[in-house]
Design a protein around this ligand. Structure first.
Ligand SMILES: Nc1ncnc2c1ncn2[C@@H]1O[C@H](COP(=O)(O)OP(=O)(O)OP(=O)(O)O)[C@@H](O)[C@H]1O
Ligand SMILES: [Mg+2]
Length: 267
């Protein structure tokens, strides 16, 4: 299915605990260039923790990670444990977009998008502005480049947050429920932007409760259950003909919640 000779990201034996709570249990996963992977699973199953470990906002207790040209061993005391500078490099190459947009409120849209390229990547300001203008045009936010985040709708803020992540030229994008804090009428504009990125070949992992969207945009689905990847396969199999009782039960519940939400919205 994939012509690349090696995965973009390969992790093995990823374990993450908070105190006695073993949240991620020995996870192995290879992600190939261009894959669009939807992650589904019940609340508390470890989806957000998993994404946060991938872009090393959280340090796992163990993880062998091959990413692009890096090869790390995260165990305490390991010789190949990433240092501070390598962690920062990893974070710039793995972009993340959250449920709440986390834009800097005291900066304009343009300043939000150029901040990290200028500060972290030491990109000349003029080049960063040119790049930001192109990205803002692409996400349909150029007209608001001099506005402050508080003046924007949720959907607009999220599109700026996506432009800000893309400004670092990441090789992998992680989306953690990027639409779940949005009003229903804003969801579509953000989903269609994500779908465009997928079509353009961006490798991405998306935690989502939008099952119809996951089916449309992803070519692989992971079902998280109690800290393990319980199922891994194409959307037509997992989302249309789920085999395990737990996945069937999960999908039934999500579908039920969607129906209730759409009834409430139409009131
Ligand atoms: N910083 C933390 N300290 C302690 N426990 C945490 C922390 N972050 C997450 N947890 C716990 O880890 C487990 C997994 O949480 P996580 O946020 O990854 O779940 P999730 O699958 O993203 O859930 P949701 O669908 O509700 O977002 C939960 O039991 C949660 O309480
Ligand atoms: Mg979560």
């Amino acid at each position: 299915m994939n012509s690349a000779s090696k995965p973009l990201l390969h992790i093995r034996e990823l374990n993450k605990s908070y105190g006695d709570l073993h949240v991620l249990k020995n996870i192995d996963l290879a992600i190939w260039p261009g894959e669009v992977i939807a992650i589904i699973g019940a609340s508390g199953s470890g989806k957000s923790t998993f994404l946060r470990c991938l872009n090393v906002m959280e340090m796992p207790q163990s993880c062998f990670m091959d990413f692009a040209d890096f090869s790390f061993d995260f165990r305490e005391g390991a010789r190949a444990r990433p240092d501070v500078q390598q962690l920062q490099q990893l974070r710039t190459q793995i972009g993340m977009v959250f449920q709440s947009y986390h834009l800097w409120p005291h900066m304009t849209v343009l300043e939000n998008v150029i901040e990290a390229p200028v500060r972290v990547k030491k990109m000349p300001r003029k080049a960063a502005i040119e790049q930001a203008d192109a990205l803002l045009t692409r996400v349909g936010m150029y007209a608001k480049r001099d506005s402050y985040p508080a003046k924007l709708s949720g959907g607009q803020q999220q599109r700026v947050a996506i432009a800000r992540a893309l400004a670092m030229k990441p090789q992998l994008m992680l989306f953690d429920e990027a639409t779940s804090a949005l009003d229903p009428e804003m969801v579509g504009e953000v989903l269609s932007l994500i779908a465009t990125l997928a079509e353009e070949g961006m490798t991405m992992l998306l935690v989502t409760h939008e099952i119809a969207f996951a089916r449309e945009v992803s070519n692989r689905v992971l079902f998280f259950d109690q800290g393990v990847i319980a199922e891994d396969g194409p959307p037509e199999e997992l989302l249309v003909k789920p085999q395990s009782a737990r996945l069937q039960q999960f999908l039934r519940r999500i579908l039920h919640e969607d129906i209730i939400a759409s009834q409430e919205n139409s009131r």
